[in-house]
Design a protein around this ligand. Structure first.
Ligand code: HAX
Length: 444
């Protein structure tokens, strides 16, 4: 990188005082102002739309979808460096997104390449982790393996050590940045090992020199196809962050607020991602489609609008959810669904499973609207991701959430970095009992 361009550490060190001042001003100017009211429905109903989290890296609009540091997905596709450098020449690189999430700045090609190298240099796992993953019982869910393995890497935490060595609060950001980059760097190594041991021959591929983060990950997983590399880049970018209130980001932020280090924080967050109403939905979508196909195959029927409709109603009447549809915040088709659909139209327009997913999209919003419960009858990110992976022969669908996890670490940990740089406090909202609510209103 040219000497004129500042490194990631330099950019962040320069930004911290101004960000701290901004937060101080925010508190002084608006600290006693009311930001929305909490109804009893919100208190009981999972805190929907209660504005009680400060989260910088991304913001979700119910109609427009996600913006990462102010940029929409199409804008990122236009601005972030690709594998070939020029943003127009391919999918945005996750390394470039990490830079953006941390610094709010679009990195140059040289800065992105520097981060690729930095992550490569931090990727080695502690010696005890690989034998541990190899010894996991066959059939242990890949997400369980992932979170155990990240916790096991915590022996390397620089923040844990710095804290116990008495580092002052004003310097926490330094070891937290080290841990953030270390965890993000190690995630593909862990994830590839889990994949190869759970589903293949246990041999992890060796990425050649000059490859970016995503292509290296693909080689470790055992995939060597430039189109699949592009998919991985896009996948890792769009799954990284979805503001602060989703269960994985919120859990990471909450655990981090106790000053647990980034390894413990993200591992906790990824346990939340492993729930079927959250990230595990990408696995559930493929399971649902497999069940749909199997159900009608035995009757000699094909999958079409009619059979999908019948199967959807069977699912709903059995009091189960349609995976990949609905959202706690979004009220439109998820732009992350839309950009994956564009990828499919470009790379696999005739793929049979893509056609099934497209037909589901044609009928499902009407079915869910008729069902009358969900506030958002449109598809979310998880509705489309599996079919893209499947196309390239990546059919082990109970692994899919691990890929989501590799990506989510980028967003959730970038925020943990800023939480410590800004000295954010322990999170501790107030809970109330039924008795408390009744008394509160009856006495009024
Ligand atoms: N199928 C059937 N019913 C659904 C539904 C769906 N896809 N989505 C919502 N509903 C139901 C809810 O279960 C709820 O029913 P009850 O009143 O009986 O409890 C009712 O509609 C109202 O729910 P809502 O307010 O629209 O949605 P919530 O904020 O409560 O929940 C969920 C949001 C994402 C959990 C929900 O839409 C869902 O379960 N979807 C299917 C699972 C899924 O795709 N999850 C991934 C979401 C995206 C994500 O986090 N990815 O990681």
């Amino acid at each position: 990188m040219s000497n004129a361009e500042p490194s990631l550490h330099e950019v962040l060190a320069n930004q911290i005082p101004a960000k701290q001042a901004e937060l101080k001003e925010l508190k002084e100017k608006y600290g006693d102002k009311v930001l929305g009211n909490v109804t009893v429905d919100q208190c009981i109903g999972g805190g929907r739309d209660v504005k009680s989290l400060y989260y910088e890296t991304s913001l979700l609009d119910s109609e427009e979808g996600i913006r990462f540091r102010g940029y929409s997905i199409p804008e990122l596709e236009d601005l972030l460096p690709s594998f070939k450098g020029d943003p127009k020449a391919g999918a945005p690189l996750p390394e470039a997104l990490i830079w953006l999430l941390l610094t709010s700045e679009i990195p140059s090609v040289a800065q992105t390449a520097q981060l690729t190298e930095e992550l490569r240099s931090r990727s080695k796992l502690p010696a005890h982790v690989e034998p541990m993953i190899r010894a996991f019982p066959k059939g242990m869910h890949p997400m369980t393996q992932l979170t155990i393995a990240i916790n096991a890497c915590q022996t390397e935490s620089k923040f844990y050590k710095a804290y116990h060595d008495g580092t002052p609060k004003t310097d926490y950001w330094k070891p937290v940045l080290e841990d953030t980059l270390d965890v993000i760097a190690k995630m593909p190594e862990i994830a590839a090992l889990i994949y190869r041991c759970s589903f293949k021959d246990g041999i992890v591929g060796k990425p050649g020199p000059g490859l970016d983060y995503s292509a290296s990950f693909c080689r470790m997983l055992g995939y060597d196809n430039p189109d699949f590399d592009e998919l991985m880049r896009l996948y890792l970018v769009i799954h990284s962050d979805h503001e602060g209130g989703n269960a994985s980001a919120h859990t990471t932020h909450l655990v981090g607020s106790t000053l647990a280090d980034p390894y413990l924080s993200i591992s906790a967050g990824l346990n939340a991602l492993a729930g079927p109403l959250h990230g595990l939905a990408n696995q559930e979508v493929l399971g649902w489609i497999q069940d749909l196909e199997a159900n009608f195959k035995k009757e000699g029927k094909e999958v079409n609008r009619d059979t999908i409709t019948e199967f959807a109603w069977d699912t709903l009447n059995a009091k189960k959810v349609i995976p990949g549809y609905g959202h706690a915040v979004l009220r439109k088709t998820d732009p992350r669904y839309e950009c994956q659909r564009q990828f499919a139209l470009k790379y696999m327009p005739d793929d049979p499973l893509f056609k099934v997913v497209s037909t589901i999209y044609e009928v499902m919003p009407d079915i869910l609207t008729q069902h009358g419960k969900t506030k958002n009858p449109y598809p979310n990110v998880d509705s489309h991701s599996g079919v893209l992976l499947w196309h390239y022969g990546f059919t082990e669908y109970n692994y899919y959430t691990v890929l989501f996890g590799v990506s989510r670490a980028m967003g959730a940990l970038s925020q943990v970095f800023w939480d410590r740089a800004l000295g954010m406090p322990l999170e501790r909202p107030k809970s109330v009992t039924a008795e408390y609510i009744k008394k509160y209103f009856d006495e009024k």
